[in-house]
Every structure is written in structure tokens, then in C-alpha cells.
Write a protein that binds this ligand. Structure first.
Ligand code: ZN
Length: 70
């Protein structure tokens, strides 16, 4: 293998690694956003957005104490 071929293949391997890392980062970010949006609840009374970590079907708004369905 010639030196410039080696450098070229090294470049493409590096490029592939960067692309894979970017893809993994992007997918993880999307997945976290998806999970967050499932936990996030928008209050039907005051439109306040809040996170609900409990698994109850009805959660209470921390802003106005209204009961919200998931
Ligand atoms: Zn509310």
C-alpha cells in the first residue's frame, strides 16, 4: 500500500467514525426528546407545561393544582 492511499483510507475511516458518532448522538437526542415529550404534560386550565414523573393517569398541575389526564 502506498503512503497516499494509506492516508486517504485513514481519512475515510475517520470520516466514517465521525458520521457514525454524529448519527448516534442525533438518534439519542431524538429518543430523549421523545421520552421527555411523553412525560411532559400541558395543563388544560393554565397551559403550564410541566414534567410528571409519576405513573398515575391523573397528575396535578404545580401551577394551578388542576387535575390533568395524560
Ligand atoms: Zn395549571
Amino acid at each position: 500500500m502506498e503512503l497516499d492511499q494509506f492516508i486517504l483510507s485513514l481519512f475515510f475511516i475517520g470520516l466514517a467514525i465521525v458520521l457514525i458518532a454524529a448519527l448516534i448522538g442525533f438518534t439519542t437526542n431524538r429518543w430523549q426528546n421523545f421520552r421527555r415529550s411523553k412525560r411532559q404534560i400541558r395543563c388544560r386550565i393554565c397551559s403550564h407545561r410541566y414534567m410528571d414523573h409519576k405513573k398515575d393517569k391523573i397528575s396535578e398541575c404545580p401551577n394551578c393544582q388542576a387535575k390533568n389526564k395524560r
